[in-house]
Design a protein around this ligand. Structure first.
Ligand code: ATP
Ligand code: MG
Length: 437
């Protein structure tokens, strides 16, 4: 493995002072997979005090000292160095009751979650792989280090991490690991919601439809609204898939932006509670977009998602059934209401929704081609989309005797007329329209 210079220098300084030091965890895994690691963690036999002695004179980050981690500020960024340690006695499925520094790397590797994450490498000693991580990577197997149930009871976030690593690297959990992940999923109820939300945000951009389908028994523990969707027959000629299979395809089909992935995953959560059948036996889901939006709002609040993300997701879900006509006027109105970014997100979601029914007519997708062409035209026009784009402003209205809230009201009324192409956005036409009022 080729370590970045700053990481190599830190490792060499510890080794030269007599302390074993290794690159460890994700960087070793990624290197063995032929990928470029996105960061490098070092671990060492030196205690935090000894690390500080070796690097005295350098600038250090000491925030993690209690857990054995010292950050060294190097020209290449912060290099994190952690003392070999074991931990144990988890009482709440997340926090170790004790952390103990140890002298051997093997002890440190034994506390890590999965064999593929429990490898270390040193330029002089080579690969240290006591749990067969390299072989598991070759065979694309996800395997807990030690007894899976014990490890997930210690920290149940490992269950979601396992899903993420399986998805990211195309690994299949070996039977005992999968059984423990599934059986112990309820322990994730004890985790801080922020940790669950963060882990889901890392997972969602990586998933394809098959991943969601194979891991939904685990995911529905933390997103309970997914459970009733699984296998739910839509009784509709427009849908070949059950509600969750459809949802899985939509989620995989939108770009890997967190807002869109969350919106796609939750866009139809209201379908099951909104379901009715008519006398012919056909299924309907009246009002499901609004119900889904409400349920998504409640779920994301519960997961302590940032307000901005929650609000954007909820807005997209709320609007996902409203498709504009293929007219410039309609596109201009929508652009005025949502802004460019949200409008494009909405169309991405709607297009994915349309293409993920298992039956899709070409003309339905062609509608989005037409809409995008109209959008290009509207953007090229540099159209008036907001009150501030109008050719007159509040001062003009005050000169005409308007005051207080009447000014804003009049400007908004003018904007409506301009958006509808009833009057052009020029000064004399706007002033004339005001006189008429
Ligand atoms: P990523 O590429 O996502 O950063 P990573 O493997 O580096 O993957 P981190 O979350 O950065 O993952 O953790 C670094 C290492 O620490 C992991 O490879 C694993 O060995 C160990 N680790 C992290 N979290 C846990 C946990 N909850 N339980 C056990 N070991 C963990
Ligand atoms: Mg990492």
């Amino acid at each position: 493995m080729e370590l970045p210079q700053s990481v190599f220098d830190c490792l060499s300084r510890l080794e030269n002072a007599g302390y074993a030091c290794y690159a460890v965890g994700g960087c070793v895994r990624d290197w063995l997979l032929g990928l470029t690691p996105h960061d490098y963690d070092l671990c060492t036999a030196a205690t935090p005090e000894q690390i500080q002695t070796v690097f005295s004179g350098e600038r250090m980050v000491l925030a993690g000292e209690k857990h054995g981690t010292i950050g060294i500020l190097t020209p290449g960024g912060v290099v994190e160095i952690t003392t070999f340690r074991t931990e144990g006695d988890y009482q709440d499925n997340r926090h170790p009751g004790w952390v103990k520094f140890v002298e051997q790397i093997e002890g440190d590797l034994s506390r890590r979650d999965f064999t593929v994450n429990a490898m270390a490498w040193s330029p002089t000693r080579g690969l240290c792989d006591p749990f067969g991580g390299q072989q598991d990577l070759k065979n694309r197997i996800l395997r807990a280090v030690g007894d899976p149930a014990t490890r997930f009871r210690e920290d149940s976030l490992r269950i979601l991490r396992g899903v993420r690593f399986a998805v990211r690297y195309g690994l299949t959990p070996e039977p005992k690991t999968l059984e423990a992940m599934t059986d112990l999923a309820p322990l994730m109820d004890n985790l801080a919601r922020e940790r669950v939300f963060d882990e889901l945000c890392k997972l969602l951009p990586l998933v394809n439809a098959e991943d969601l389908l194979r891991f939904v028994p685990i995911l529905s523990q933390v997103i309970p609204d997914l459970k009733p969707m699984v296998g739910f027959d839509q009784h509709s000629p427009h849908h070949a898939y059950d509600v969750f299979t459809h949802t899985a395809h939509v989620t995989a089909a939108v770009p890997d932006d967190p807002v869109l992935r969350w919106a796609a995953l939750l866009h139809d959560v209201g379908k099951v509670p909104a379901f009715t059948t008519d006398e012919t036996g056909r299924g309907h889901f009246y009002g499901h977009a609004q119900l889904s939006a409400q349920m998504a709002d409640a779920l994301l609040r519960q997961l302590k998602a940032p307000n901005a993300l929650r609000e954007q997701v909820v807005e997209l879900i709320d609007l996902h059934m409203t498709k504009p006509l293929a007219e410039k006027k309609a596109v201009r109105r929508l652009l005025s209401k949502l802004g460019l970014e949200r409008l494009q997100q909405l169309w991405c979601l709607q297009k994915a929704d349309t293409s993920s029914k298992g039956i899709c007519k070409d003309e339905e997708l062609h509608h989005f081609v037409v809409l995008n062409a109209l959008l290009e035209e509207v953007l090229a026009e540099d159209a008036c989309l907001q009150v501030k784009d109008l050719a007159i402003d509040g001062k003009d209205l005050m000169a005409l005797g308007f005051s207080g809230p009447a000014i804003g009201k009049a400007l908004n009324a003018l904007l409506e007329q301009v958006l509808d192409e009833k009057i052009p956005n020029d000064r004399s036409a706007l002033l004339a329209a005001i006189e008429k009022r």
